[in-house]
Design a protein around this ligand. Sequence first.
Ligand code: FAD
Length: 458
Amino acid sequence: MSESYDVIIIGSGIGGVAAGALLAHSGYKTLILEKNRLVGGRCSSYEKDGFIVDLGVHLFGVGDKGSLGDICRSVGMPNAIDWVTVDQPILQVGNKTEKYSRANMMGTVPEEESGNLGRLFMEIVQISEEEIESLWYVPLKDWISRFTTHPQVHLFFNMICGQYFCVGSAEASTTEFIRCFREVLTAKSSAYPRGGCVSIPKAYLAAVEKYGGRCITRAPVKKVIVDNNAAAGVRLEDGTEFRAPLIVANADIKSTVSDLVGEEHFPSDYVDRVKALTWSLHVIGLKVALNEKITDHQLVLYRPHGDGDGSDIEDKFYQAKLPDRVGGMITAPTNYDPSLAPPGHQMIFFGTACPAKADWKKWERVLLNSFYSVYPDAKGKVLWHRLDTPGIINAFAGETGNVIGVAQTVNQIHQLRPSVVSPLKGLYFASGEAGGHGIGTELAADSARELFRVLTKK
Ligand SMILES: Cc1cc2nc3c(=O)[nH]c(=O)nc-3n(C[C@H](O)[C@H](O)[C@H](O)COP(=O)(O)OP(=O)(O)OC[C@H]3O[C@@H](n4cnc5c(N)ncnc54)[C@H](O)[C@@H]3O)c2cc1C
């Protein structure tokens, strides 16, 4: 006899464990199955030589004040994640370092442009809900061009857009951008969790267990069992079966439809639509372990030079025309939580957008060069460095190792986004690939909240 549950969740990424926590708290007998030894999917962390190293994520847009914190509050565990708010982000362009602030950003454009940029900021803050709703399918770049065509302004918004959604401003949805930008601006609570990124899925799993659910790791699901045209259970690679009337896929939507379930169980137009979905771009992460602390900065946004409008970034993504230095987001997790490294040591991450496949040896040289441009004092203090490439992320969490999931582009946003409800009875999604709103992990957590509202009609 196979074990029975109310709900089985395939995958322990943020969307999966968030859905698990909410449903277990509501009385659903919940089982989460994770193929890996480690939980968390792209929001996981691993140990290396006494350092806790995050696989992907480095920063959480609105920290406790957004979906990630709401989940803890909803399950009666408001303090389950111990957030450390970002103190003062730094903007470094070339060798010039200053606070990352609106005033400093305004100072980088010529005087005759500052009026346009001011109007643009004002519009983002004051635009009515009705007007925001009319901009879902307008590319951000086009909307910004209504205010200014100045390359410097486009460069900054392209950079922010890349950090939020890992797509360029020529494709990103204006509404999704404005909503996220306003949330980050008003919440002022971008943060990082003590214990490293994996402490977020672990907090949700603690809720799953507290309310009687369980998670099994090293349990790859091979097949979703379909009985009488409805999802009814799952079969693992080792043949073990579990039954439930509700199956939630946190695993990649494309392979769920084509491999785990089988295309024959879906209408053909749905299969075509899922096949045509595109992922967000990829990020390569240089992780540097140092034998002493070299910086107090928690977060640095780096650009090697101030020229151009950011379209060179897209050339870099697509054509791999690598310059000798690249810009990116640099974080020092040990400046939020020193216990993530042996005493007195430091861990620094340098993340930047990259193609899915490339000559990673070249990228390694360029990333190290860029890292030392920002931190020349690191010379002679590096214990080791490693690259987490899209290939590594793909092996861990699938989806070609992209950053977000289904890209938040104008043709895949809002009503054009896959729904958390699939056309197959009993099969649902909770991940960065269906429904939801927000930045990265917050999008996946919001997808779980959306699914919870659908299932419980709350
Ligand atoms: C390099 C990088 C940097 C990032 N930086 C940030 C950042 O700074 N801030 C931010 O908010 N977000 C960031 N993100 C994005 C964020 O990590 C993701 O958006 C989010 O974690 C995705 O969650 P998910 O619910 O879609 O699950 P996923 O992470 O996609 O996890 C899916 C899970 O399902 C499991 N699974 C798949 N198939 C099966 C199967 N057959 N059986 C069992 N289990 C299965 C996988 O092993 C995995 O654990 C970053 C991502 C990357 C890659």
